[in-house]
Design a protein around this ligand. Structure first.
Ligand code: ACO
Length: 317
């Protein structure tokens, strides 16, 4: 099979559960305050799913948003790659298979587990599978119900996370545009800094270690992708980072001399939604008319593993 000239993102969707928990609400549950949470993270509120709502339900709604907003039919979708750290079941069925069944999608369906870098990893898995002909096109989903793996009595972690889902449709094209370059990395020596404890079933994190890892790897990923594609920072229209902490982005901007206004941030309203944070941000930018044909967009993520990575692309619509 002749590989397509390029692979493009041609549609985006998202979903956040309607229930909003503010910092003020949390201050009645643990010893914390809006002032502490906002000054340390940039977060004001987060969306939290109902108990019976699962990760695959959130993913389903995000895909519904994509199909309805772009007037597309599920019967035209071939495959699904879903990034999640919070699948409905610990083994099978995967979230991707559950969604495939609900939408009647019969091509490849698989989950990718790369923590908060999951969406970046999943984009590359889907891109490569389309390029080699294993899939005609793909929905790449990032979906998380982190409220189910948070110890709501631990103020160190419960204030940081939220629930949501986002997705992008990847399609081949004969135009020379779309995905330009991807960098995927892991520093497995840091695994213990961020885990879901198997018995407690709750996120445990060495916040400081993750913080410095994030500042270093976001900065180096952006620099590498810009330099090795013979671009300058001015050529990048938007950096869409994993939304974990506003201070991480501010520190990265200062250390690497990247203008802070290039980073799109919405952590104030969603908190950290792990693999869902980048597509949730993209969909918000899409709705606000911030994404325009020809723009250079750089997505960058980091998270459990420890993993990190980035994708550089030209926006095509
Ligand atoms: N409210 C009030 N006080 C708090 C809270 C809270 N919610 N949480 C912690 N504190 C206290 C601590 O107990 C500590 O008190 P002490 O000095 O009496 O011991 C004090 O605040 C300072 O705690 P630190 O952990 O040093 O605070 P820090 O400034 O490092 O901020 C934070 C903590 C926000 C977690 C920061 O380290 C961070 O953002 N790290 C990166 C986290 C991250 O990116 N996680 C993403 C995970 S990857 C993924 O996305 C899944």
């Amino acid at each position: 099979m002749k590989p397509p000239k390029s692979i493009q993102i041609t549609a985006i969707g998202s979903y956040a559960p309607p229930k909003v928990v503010t910092n003020y609400d949390l201050s009645h549950m643990v010893d914390t305050s809006d002032a502490w949470i906002h000054s340390h993270t940039g977060i004001r509120e987060r969306h939290v799913a109902d108990e019976e709502e699962s990760t695959s339900n959130l993913a389903y709604r995000a895909i519904e948003d994509l199909l309805e907003s772009y007037n597309l039919k599920a019967s035209n979708i071939d495959g699904i790659v879903c990034a999640t750290a919070t699948p409905d079941y610990p083994g099978f069925p995967s979230v991707a298979c559950m969604i495939a069944e609900q939408f009647g999608i019969t091509g490849p369906a698989l989950d990718v587990s790369a923590g908060c870098t999951g969406f970046i990893y999943a984009l590359e898995v889907a891109r490569a599978m389309i390029a080699t002909g294993s899939m005609k096109n793909a929905l790449v989903v990032g979906a998380e119900k982190l409220s189910g793996v948070v110890d709501w009595k631990d103020r160190n972690t419960c204030v940081l996370f939220g629930d949501g889902a986002g997705c992008a449709l990847l399609e081949p094209s004969e135009e020379e545009t779309g995905f330009i370059d991807t960098l995927l990395k892991a520093e497995a020596a840091g695994t213990k800094a961020l885990t879901i404890h198997p018995e407690k079933h709750a996120i445990e994190m060495d916040g400081r270690a993750v913080y410095s890892f994030a500042v270093r790897t976001i900065g180096s990923t952006i620099e590498t992708l810009v330099k090795r594609n013979n671009l300058a920072m001015e050529d990048i229209d938007w950096i869409v980072p994993h939304q974990a902490n506003q201070r991480i982005i501010q520190a990265c901007s200062k250390r690497y001399g990247i203008p802070e206004e290039k980073f799109y941030m919405n952590i104030d309203r969603f908190a950290n939604t792990s693999a869902a944070s980048i597509p949730l941000a993209l969909r918000e930018m899409d709705r606000a008319g911030l994404l325009k044909k020809g723009q250079k967009i750089l997505m960058v993520g980091f998270g459990a593993g420890l993993t990190y990575g980035g994708t550089l692309l030209t926006w095509t619509y």
